[in-house]
Write a protein that binds this ligand. Structure first.
Ligand SMILES: [Zn+2]
Length: 351
């Protein structure tokens, strides 16, 4: 892709266009090839540009002779889930305001097991942080708060796992409004952890607003303009804790509501980082002109990302147990293959 991607040409504008474009698994594969190698095959082994297309759809490098498929070395590597199903899952993930839970994805696409749907969503979550993404700048509020685990007052205590101490950084606009945010679990609230969080996510020279916690002392020495606000003074003015750092407070409550809503609080602490990445990805693209553009960006990241193995996703914990599906619907989901389309991204038909 050269230049800015165009709606209706480089990415589908609507779910109707999605289904019209990607009728077969071969259409999806061609789109991934176009996204991954916009100016032709590039060998992953030797870096050589140029190769032969083999009868089975793979490529053979003209430099070193190694063979590779379009999906090899991407998150779709060796997937047994049809690409038409993957594309629809990506569309739901990217275009729905609150994303989709593994259970809804399983039901919507007739995916045979909860584990498969759960792992698909985790593979997508793992690609969301673009390498070398820029840090926040301007005026940034920073705070740490507990997210996840049991929420008081939730009937039946459905939420699992422990609460996770989370660093939050939010770009604020003067006089009001929020731009981008970053969220990441922290080891603790020590100066070491908080300073590392700020350095990783906020550009030096930025005005950083924090509360009076001692863990934030010394930010000036790291090149930030530190604006420290005292809780005690705020209390004396009769203000609640949310008014001290309103942008951070807003992001934290949106993230908590999302975890309890879409995911019913069923997020265990071992996977909190990936859920927070998903929340941040969607929040920072909330003003995107087209939902289809978010779908395009997601696939672009997915073909540029190394394969993610199931054992890497399960980390230390297994997904939530679900009542087994009856045998007739087990196994791989049916492909959403339809008769061939005319592949507008190849320029045959300009939209
Ligand atoms: Zn090669």
């Amino acid at each position: 892709m050269v230049g800015y991607p165009r709606a209706g040409k480089d990415y589908p504008r609507s779910v109707g266009e999605l289904h019209a474009w990607f009728r077969t698994d071969a259409d999806c594969l061609d789109y991934l090839e176009w996204l991954r190698w916009p100016s032709g095959f590039v060998c992953q082994d030797c870096g050589h540009s140029g190769g032969w297309r083999l009868g089975d759809g793979r490529f053979m490098c003209t430099g070193c002779g190694s063979r590779a498929s379009v999906t090899a070395g991407t998150i779709f590597d060796r997937t047994r889930t049809p690409l038409t199903v993957w594309f629809t899952a990506c569309w739901l993930f990217a275009t729905r305001k609150d994303g989709i839970s593994a259970l809804s994805l399983k039901r919507t696409l007739e995916i045979g097991s909860y584990q498969t749907a759960w792992a698909m969503l985790h593979r997508l979550r793992s690609v969301l942080v673009r390498p070398g993404r820029e840090r926040l700048a301007g005026v940034v509020e920073v705070d740490e708060t507990y997210i996840g685990g049991l929420e008081p007052g939730l009937a039946g205590g459905r939420a699992r796992g422990k609460k996770v101490l989370t660093g939050i950084a939010v770009e604020v606009r003067e006089p009001r409004g929020i731009d981008r945010c970053r969220m990441l679990p922290l080891a603790d609230a020590s100066a070491e952890s908080l300073h590392a969080f700020v350095r990783n996510h906020v550009e030096p020279g930025t005005r950083v607003i924090t509360d009076g916690w001692q863990g934030y002392s010394g930010l000036e020495k790291l090149g930030y303009v530190h604006d420290r606000r005292s809780q005690r003074a705020a209390r004396a003015r009769g203000e609640g804790p949310g008014e001290l750092l309103p942008a951070v407070h807003r992001i934290a409550s949106l993230a908590k509501r999302w975890l309890l809503g879409t995911h019913q609080g069923s997020v265990d602490d071992a996977h909190m980082t990936s859920y927070l990445n998903e929340f941040v990805f969607r929040f920072n693209r909330r003003r995107s002109r087209s939902r289809g553009m978010v779908f395009y960006r997601l696939l672009e990241l997915a073909v540029a990302h190394d394969p993610v193995r199931y054992k890497d996703i399960i980390a230390t914990k297994r997904p939530r147990k679900i009542v087994p599906t009856p045998p007739k619907t087990r196994g791989q989901p049916p492909s959403l293959d339809r008769p061939p389309a005319n592949r507008p991204w190849r320029g045959a038909v300009a939209g």
